[in-house]
Design a binder for this molecule. Structure first.
Ligand SMILES: [Zn+2]
Length: 421
């Protein structure tokens, strides 16, 4: 597993920054030449590119540490490959590749960490020490046993004379299969997770919050566009404030954290629906066909899913995706259709006659799909059979989820703490 984290240096003195401007110039030139050559000659492999061009690059910039010739070849090889791929699909916009944005690739000979918050970079003027400003996310990786990979990249921010340092953290992906699953179902106003046989329904009101935010934003825009024109500063300021408030209220990180922690504690994987081109279809089926609402909600669901993915990566929890079709329509026990009366979230199994809450059905079905596909070594919690043959669920808890109001979970870090209160 590898994750990239960006840290900044403080603004550098002019003379020092100039060294990196020069370095970037030489590096860019090498990458440009190499990429053109690679595409023209159809030689996109790094090893071949290096074999063919190394000497030439070294004589071009003898003052540069020799490994820049390597990393420039790697960089160019990646660019050429992606250009050729696009060209093959006839998606390339231009006849020739263009090297617009450049970050300088560094390998283990070109940089080293000299402390927790300082690195050194090899340049044509020797090794240059740099401070980096750590942030919360950076410390998280450090503290959770991630290692720094040998490659890094730096990018110049000319406006503020800073360097952006792209560090890669790696961790060995644990080989063992998950011991179980935590299926998670995303809905308009809740996130439901099935944890060891209990479906927890976390009320979120994401639908209401996101839509409310959207309308407020639009009202501000309309009002200030009329008063001060489209580009007014005051509008930007108010929108920025609104955005900050939205982020503060944004509970998805919290919910992601709670769920991922539960999975991590048990050595389970997380199961979610594979969101396709029209992800929220099932979830918005009952709403008006207002395109706008649709788009806003889609973005919201994706946001929650991404938050869970991000947290899962941080904790090394695997995520399994399953087919989302009919997850709330079929009885997890009998495989028969569940009949919902108009607008009701509770339905009745057409075969067994038992009652099911829509969101509980969804998570049980997600679990079944995960068990059938791939993770077959996992035990089957709550006696649900792995092959899907009908085994009645013993407890009624499965049929009706345990509701967790937002006021409860939003203030606590773990499910235990939430349930205890
Ligand atoms: Zn049934």
């Amino acid at each position: 597993m590898a994750r990239t984290v960006v840290v900044e240096t403080p603004p550098l003195p002019r003379r020092l920054f100039r060294v990196f401007v020069e370095l970037e110039g030489m590096y860019r030139n090498m990458v440009e030449q190499l990429t053109m050559y690679a595409v023209r000659e159809g030689v996109a492999s790094f090893t071949r590119l290096k074999a063919l061009k190394y000497r030439e690059l070294r004589s071009l910039y003898p003052q540069l540490p020799s490994h820049y010739a390597y990393t420039a070849c790697q960089d160019a090889s990646a660019r050429a490959k992606s250009f050729l791929r696009l060209k093959k699909k006839e998606l390339a916009e231009r006849e020739h590749p263009e090297v617009n944005s450049v970050s300088i690739w560094l390998d283990d000979h070109l940089w080293r960490a000299s402390g927790l918050t300082s690195i050194e970079v090899a340049t044509h003027k020797g090794w240059i020490p740099l401070e980096v400003i750590p942030h919360k996310q950076y410390w998280k990786y450090i503290n959770r046993g991630w290692r720094l990979a040998s490659e890094a990249r730096i990018k110049l921010d000319r406006k503020s004379r800073k360097l952006l340092v792209y560090l890669t953290f790696v961790k060995d992906a644990e080989e063992h299969r998950p011991r179980g699953f935590v299926p998670v179902d995303l809905n308009e106003n809740n996130v439901t997770a099935l944890i060891d046989g209990t479906a927890y329904l976390f009320e979120t009101n994401i639908g209401r919050i996101v839509l409310g935010y959207y309308y407020r934003r639009r009202r501000v825009q309309e009002k200030y566009d009329k008063l001060y024109g489209v580009k007014s500063r005051i509008k930007r300021k108010i929108l920025k404030k609104l955005n900050e408030r939205r982020k503060k209220l944004d509970a998805r990180w919290k919910i992601a954290n709670i769920i991922v922690r539960e999975a991590s504690k048990r050595g389970y994987a997380i199961v979610m629906e594979r969101l396709g081109r029209r992800p929220a279809e099932r979830m918005i089926a009952r709403m008006s066909d207002d395109q706008l609402r649709h788009r806003v909600f889609q973005a919201a669901f994706r946001g929650v899913q991404r938050a869970i993915e991000e947290k899962a990566r941080e904790h090394g929890v695997p995520v399994v995706y399953v087919d989302p079709r009919n997850t709330s329509r079929l009885c997890p026990v009998h495989g028969s259709e569940i009949a919902y009366e108009d607008g009701s979230r509770v339905g009745r199994c057409t075969r067994g006659g038992e009652h099911w809450h829509r969101d509980a059905v969804a998570v049980w079905n997600l679990l079944l799909r995960a068990l059938r596909g791939g993770g077959s070594s996992a035990p089957s919690p709550a006696g649900l059979s792995v092959d899907g043959s009908p085994v009645p669920l013993g407890s009624t808890a499965a049929h009706e989820p345990t509701r967790v109001p937002k006021a409860l979970w939003a203030r606590r870090k773990s499910l235990d703490a939430t349930m205890n209160s």
